[in-house]
Design a protein around this ligand. Structure first.
Ligand SMILES: [Zn+2]
Length: 373
């Protein structure tokens, strides 16, 4: 039995929600439709013509990509341009493309945290704050027998995720009372007769941005015609999210040793090092931002990082960094390819949990356009 694409994406978004993408970032379904069954899903950093050929060859139904493939508005959809031919090929072979871009950088436990793990950067926090979500609580009342079904439905939306814990909820049992009127169509009870039911109250906390999804799931899982529930705004600290990470190495490390560590961790043939006049010999506080984080170098300075790691640094930005006394390592944009292995592992976990019948494949095409000589 194949898996519904929508079910897979619901699970994906409970981990990597769309509301955490930066404004204007075309995350989410990018090409094709999710209204279909999927047997094979491929994870890739980039969607390039070679990756599309690979997907066709491997009979892929859905590509999950870090980089949304349509960067610029398409003014002609023709087969003699390799970039647009690849869109045509995707549609022709009914391969959908779903992109998780800046939300993958921002989520806790996402790409920037994987970088930190690889480099031994600990106790990290975000470099630049991007989102803040106030918390709400849903308390919903239902017959006790329906509790499990409700908890599972709410967890699928990502509700109940607190720090390193997911599927958190609280329940207590009590007595619910109601009298259906003549127009009612009650699941339990009879019209015009008072009813008493042993009910469970389930409480879950969620970021307010999830409210619509949480209520939708609650209504779908609830057996009653008129579910009883409360939405409570919470005064707890809001959840905050951001791009990049700043943290510490276990001990002060010589810059040359750290450079080698970056090279080895990301299996690079080379990287670019930008050093100020007064070279910092040892480093311990490290800032990192996957992708093109050149514009956040002043945040790395503000956070007093000894070194900042990011890709795609331009000539003039490098001059500014140097003049401001910041040591920067540019390992290239392609280090983001680590997301392929990490996501395949995650998807395999979901597959086990949900007993899905689906195959997850990593793209094996190297999409790094740069080579070192
Ligand atoms: Zn990127």
């Amino acid at each position: 039995m194949s898996l519904e694409a929508k079910e897979f994406i619901t699970k994906f978004e409970s981990f990597c929600p769309l509301w955490l993408a930066e404004q204007g970032d075309p995350c989410g379904l990018h090409i094709g439709s999710l209204d279909k069954k999927i047997d094979r899903v491929m994870m890739t950093l980039d969607v390039r013509p070679e990756v599309v050929s690979e997907a066709i060859e491997k009979d892929i139904d859905l590509i999950v990509a870090k980089h949304p493939p349509i960067f610029r508005p398409v003014d002609r959809l023709v087969a003699d341009d390799p970039q647009t031919k690849m869109y045509i090929d995707l549609v022709k072979h009914d391969i959908a493309v779903y992109a998780a871009h800046t939300n993958m950088d921002i989520i806790w436990g996402g790409l920037n945290d994987w970088f930190c793990e690889m480099l031994g950067i600990k106790e990290s926090h975000y470099l630049v704050k991007t989102h803040e979500a106030r918390l709400k609580k849903l308390a919903v009342y239902m017959p006790s027998d329906n509790g499990k079904q409700m908890r599972e439905a709410l967890a699928k939306t990502g509700a109940g995720t607190q720090g390193n814990y997911r599927n958190t909820s609280y329940s207590l049992t009590g007595v619910g009372r109601f009298t259906p009127n003549k127009k009612a169509n009650p699941t339990i009870g009879t019209q015009d007769q008072e009813e008493q039911v042993q009910e469970t109250r389930i409480e879950v906390v969620f970021p307010e941005t999830l409210q619509e999804k949480v209520l939708q799931a609650m209504y779908q899982a609830h057996p009653y015609e008129e579910p009883a529930y409360d939405i409570l705004p919470l005064d707890n600290f809001p959840q905050s999210f951001g791009l990049g990470r700043v943290g510490y190495l276990d001990s002060p490390t010589h810059i040359e040793d750290f450079v080698q560590k970056v090279k080895k961790s990301f299996q690079l043939d080379g990287l670019r090092l930008i050093q100020p006049k007064e070279v910092k010999q040892t480093v311990q506080k490290i800032a990192i931002c996957g992708g093109s984080g050149g514009k956040f170098y002043s945040d790395a300075l503000k956070k007093e990082a000894d070194v900042y790691i990011t890709g795609d640094i331009s000539y003039h930005t490098a001059h500014d960094m140097q003049a401001n006394g910041l040591t920067v390592i540019d390992p290239g944009h392609n280090i983001e390819a680590v997301c392929i292995k990490q996501f395949i592992e995650k998807m395999e976990e979901w597959k086990k949990e949900e007993e899905w019948d689906v195959e997850f494949l990593p793209s094996t095409v190297n999409t790094n356009p740069f080579q070192f000589r």
